[in-house]
Ligand binder design. Structure first.
Ligand code: HEC
Ligand code: HEC
Length: 455
């Protein structure tokens, strides 16, 4: 319904004959805005696909090259399959890699679509945030962390003062960065992670990767792009390869095609059915799904497409997943921003348990959900959102005394970081969930409109 208004407006404007009296209603600010958003969405759909630059073409070859691994059988595409929005086709909580292709990774593999606008990681005051060309981000919300003086001096004494923008900020939020804990500062920086991770592509060192690159069929192209010293030094060779991987992800249309049904609706070229429309309303309603509070679904001020993330971090307390081998150790916890994969924020106990809010674009193509891959269907995810606090006994294990151990994938000390203030989490055991079964189905129907390649 939101989109129909301006369409009618165009029709009535173009039907307006000079001689007839000026009966056309003056467009309101909102409908004018909607019209411009519609034009921007249409322009995205109609934009010709530019050919890849030589650097991005090189990145594409590297992305699919299995020889660049310790096993000789694993490329980026082994985990990030282009057939599935650059996520795996199987439904394993985490993938197997390493030199013997038998070591399990620590986290669910994210889609590689829609990371091109990710801001660099920072911890900043949660006032009117101005990322993404001035995205219409709401003012303070959710997960606000007030740093005590003690915490600030601790961060400074431990040398984190640069990472943590502690300059007497009262309320700060972490934002941006790559990987689920934001530890990589760019896509190029990120790529060096999997190339050397012993559970992933498992190259033993930069020299061995340099050798593989020098022997690759595209070695000559590397020289053409980067000059004759392209592969001469190990650091240089690896830096060039990761730069090319970054460029491939930034340029190739398949990583950010903005052509889902949602985008067609935004462009006024398709309509949601009744169920999808109801789902979208629930997605936005602050008292119902409230999903849009974090998964932003409105075009930015500069009319860029909604990214379905605010690039911020939250602790949602997905149940512990026993399919992850690391979890066999009861003392092991993946606390996201606090480690184990980054340690510069370990002193910021208020951030422990937080993971990056993922884009929901292409979310219906995912086989496992949340950082630990504990859920296997969108229905389960949405049901968890609305039942986590109303029916915790369904989601978390019972202790010996019969009580429910809520938030069991976090150390007890960090359970207070879990978001319990915002709908749909702001309920208590035994209360009605924020969404009925029908409404859960409606919401899921809406999420399915976010898959690329509608036409
Ligand atoms: C063995 C499976 C595997 C392989 C191979 C792999 N990745 Fe990943 N990738 C992952 C996992 C798991 C994560 C999440 C890591 C985390 O949060 O700690 C990830 C995260 C990412 C991200 C960050 C996404 C985000 O949400 O911020 C990018 C980008 C990425 N990978 C690119 C690559 C590239 C490029 C390659 C090849 C050099 C590659 N990956 C190889 C499993 C893999
Ligand atoms: C308070 C912010 C916030 C709100 C509100 C919120 N989400 Fe999320 N969402 C997140 C974060 C953070 C994650 C990642 C959590 C993790 O990996 O542990 C996430 C993950 C997800 C995932 C899993 C995606 C994947 O690739 O694994 C889905 C699906 C999802 N959210 C849908 C929704 C829906 C539907 C709603 C509304 C009912 C909603 N979210 C409300 C922050 C939020």
């Amino acid at each position: 319904m939101r989109i129909i208004l301006p369409v009618l407006l165009i029709l009535s404007l173009s039907a307006c004959d000079r001689k007839s009296p000026p009966t056309v209603t003056v467009p309101t600010a909102k409908s004018h805005n909607t019209l411009l958003n519609e034009q921007a969405a249409a322009a995205r759909l109609d934009a010709p696909i530019a050919p890849l630059t030589p650097l991005a073409q090189l990145g594409k070859k590297i992305f699919f090259d299995e020889t660049l691994s310790g096993s000789g059988h694993m490329s980026c595409a082994s985990c990030h399959n282009p057939q599935n929005a650059y996520a795996p086709l199987n439904n394993l909580a985490a993938q197997l890699g390493g030199t013997d292709l038998a070591r399990q990774g620590g986290r669910a593999v994210p889609s590689l679509t829609y990371h091109e606008r990710t801001p660099t990681f920072k911890v900043m005051p949660d006032t009117q945030l101005d990322i993404d060309d001035g995205a219409t981000l709401k003012a303070p919300r959710l997960a606000q962390k007030t740093l005590s003086d003690a915490e600030i001096s601790k961060a400074i004494s431990e040398g984190h003062a640069n990472t943590v923008n502690v300059v007497h900020a009262d309320t700060v939020v972490p934002l941006g960065g790559f990987d689920l804990d934001g530890r990589a500062v760019s896509l190029a920086d990120q790529a060096s992670g999997p190339l050397f991770d012993a559970r992933e592509m498992a190259n033993s060192n930069i020299r061995s990767l340099q050798k593989k690159l020098a022997a690759a069929p595209y070695a000559r192209e590397m020289v053409a792009v980067f000059g004759k010293n392209a592969l001469g030094l190990p650091e240089q060779a690896v830096r060039n390869a990761t730069k090319a991987l970054e460029q491939f992800q930034l340029e190739d249309h398949s990583f950010h095609s903005y052509n889902s049904k949602f985008d067609y609706v935004l462009a006024g070229r398709a309509q949601f059915n009744d169920q999808e429309t109801r789902g979208w309303t629930l997605f936005d309603d602050p008292k119902k799904g409230n999903c849009a509070a974090c998964h932003l679904d409105k075009p930015t001020k500069n009319r860029m497409a909604p990214a379905f993330t605010d690039y911020q971090y939250e602790a949602l307390a997905a149940p512990r997943n026993s399919d992850l081998r690391a979890n066999q150790n009861p003392d092991f916890f993946d606390t996201g921003l606090c480690g184990p994969n980054r340690n510069d924020l370990a002193g910021q106990s208020g951030f422990c348990g937080m993971f990056k809010t993922p884009s929901l674009r292409n979310v219906a193509t995912r086989r496992v959900f949340f950082h630990n891959g504990v859920f296997h269907s969108l229905e389960d995810v949405v049901r968890f959102y609305v039942e986590r606090d109303t029916r915790p006994e369904k989601w978390y294990p019972k202790r010996a005394d019969g009580s429910v151990e809520m938030f069991n994938d976090l150390p007890v000390a960090y359970r207070a970081n879990v978001d319990v203030g915002d709908a749909p989490f702001n309920r208590h055991q035994g209360e009605q969930p924020a969404l009925s079964n029908q409404e859960i189905d409606d919401l899921v129907a809406f999420l399915k409109t976010l898959t690329d390649g509608y036409k």
